[in-house]
Design a protein around this ligand. Sequence first.
Ligand SMILES: NC(=O)c1ccc[n+]([C@@H]2O[C@H](COP(=O)([O-])OP(=O)(O)OC[C@H]3O[C@@H](n4cnc5c(N)ncnc54)[C@H](OP(=O)(O)O)[C@@H]3O)[C@@H](O)[C@H]2O)c1
Length: 324
Amino acid sequence: MDYVRLGTSGLNVSRLSLGTMTYGDPAWRDWVLPEEPSRPFLARALEAGITFFDTADVYSIGRSEEIVGRALKDMTRRDQVVIATKVHGKMGDGPNDKGLSRAHIMSAVQASLKRLDTDYIDLYQIHRFDPHTPILETMTALHDLVRQGMVRYIGASSMAAYQFAKMQHAADLHGLTRFVSMQNHYNLVYREEEREMIPLCTEDGVGVIPWSPLARGFLAGNRPRGEAQTTRARSDAFGEAMYRTEGDYAVQERVAEVAARLDVSPAQVATAWILAKPGVTAPIIGASKMPHLEDALAALDLKLSAEDMAYLEEPYQPHPVLGF
Ligand SMILES: NC(=O)c1ccc[n+]([C@@H]2O[C@H](COP(=O)([O-])OP(=O)(O)OC[C@H]3O[C@@H](n4cnc5c(N)ncnc54)[C@H](OP(=O)(O)O)[C@@H]3O)[C@@H](O)[C@H]2O)c1
């Protein structure tokens, strides 16, 4: 496993991050695995050298954090892993149970620490932009968490590049902690981030850690031409709404074609593509079956030629903003 710095921060992370949205409570989403069948994925990831784990308070409404916290505590030493979680989503019915106000951030971090059963969060990410809270209020609250030792680094997730730039600017102006990472929606069928966000991050020394590098399984072939082949493909309304244009299917078919020629799986090709894209620190992969994780690991050794990279990208058609 290779380890790389998260942007220009001093924090080293594995070249792959294991996303843990898939592990939690099947009552939350049909395709989510409960605790016992989830643990082997965390064990195999650790064995393979993955040290970077991504969760969020909203995944299975806290259950994902509990499972991740318990497994990592049982399987490794706390200082050997980087635990990333998120705040912003709705965690209750009260008026302050969501968003990026100081009120919610301070309560949410305590709840995440408790569920993860840890004294600190390595990377605390804002899950989305909050247009209803002053940026300075959010940045000051996040800075206070770092000062108090509850959080070591802060990151952000999907938002407009101008919003991210404004938040970083507020941190600079007021001597507050800057975000070290951007967790954005980026894969072979959603490349709008190449316009603004990725160049901004690259120039600014911010690590890019894309979510859904396989377009929620679309690029691995779990829904060819709308024919849902897995539980997730059948029940993942979010994915179904995002990936289904002719351009998307054309890219999906090229991924399958290149994979057949190289005698590897489509998932390996799509993962190797994102690993090779400039600015990408570590894609956050999802695995609901063990071969998914093995394919992601194998992709680390798959080097695509410049011709294959261009061939995969050629049919792409621009999309409206998706996934904010
Ligand atoms: N910040 C955000 O807003 C945000 C949003 C989404 C996700 N995330 C993070 O990103 C992580 C990954 O997201 P994701 O699960 O959507 O990632 P993904 O890698 O795009 O999709 C994972 C899905 O692809 C399929 N798959 C993976 N490898 C495969 C293989 N080798 N062969 C066939 N199918 C394969 C599986 O689908 P089946 O289960 O159908 O077999 C699996 O559930 C999440 O766990 C979460 O941590 C963050």
